[in-house]
Design a protein around this ligand. Structure first.
Ligand code: MG
Length: 145
């Protein structure tokens, strides 16, 4: 079990595996729905992204921009304090953040990024990085928020 060391102690599940499962689930769902192909192909756009052609990089940039858009929609949900239009049992803020996660996992799957391992490594790093300590944040030039 490779859990995550947090200020509350180790997380008692395999976070890397959980993130990898979410990545695979979201990407497969998106792939099956045809979001990575055009003109009768299911994966020609994904192939461009994976080959890192100039066109593929532009497509990847488009996918990242769509992640931005979901985060902006979450901000609007927070500002307006409204329920989601399609899932009114949830706050819009929550649904739009879920959209952002789905797009992030989909993108990472298409790019074959090691998101699960990177997530665990970054969480561990954040617990020890000096610029995240309260005294460093309170110092001149520190991260106030
Ligand atoms: Mg949305």
């Amino acid at each position: 079990m490779s859990g995550i060391a947090t200020s509350a102690g180790p997380v008692a599940f395999n976070a890397a595996l959980a993130v990898t499962d979410l990545k695979n689930l979201c990407h497969q769902t998106s792939y099956d729905a045809g979001w990575w192909g055009i003109g009768g192909s299911k994966d020609n756009l994904r192939a461009e992204v994976r080959a890192e052609t100039r066109f593929g990089k532009a497509l990847a940039a488009e996918k990242i921009a769509l992640i931005h858009s979901e985060v902006s929609e979450a901000l609007e949900g927070l500002r307006k304090g409204k329920a989601d239009e399609h899932l009114p049992e949830f706050p819009s803020e929550a649904v739009e953040l879920a959209d952002a996660l789905i797009r992030i996992f989909d993108y990472a799957g298409a790019r074959r990024l090691p998101l699960g391992d990177a997530f665990v490594a970054k969480m561990a790093y954040n617990t020890v990085r000096p610029d995240h300590k309260p005294e460093a944040r309170a110092a001149v030039g520190g991260k106030a928020f």
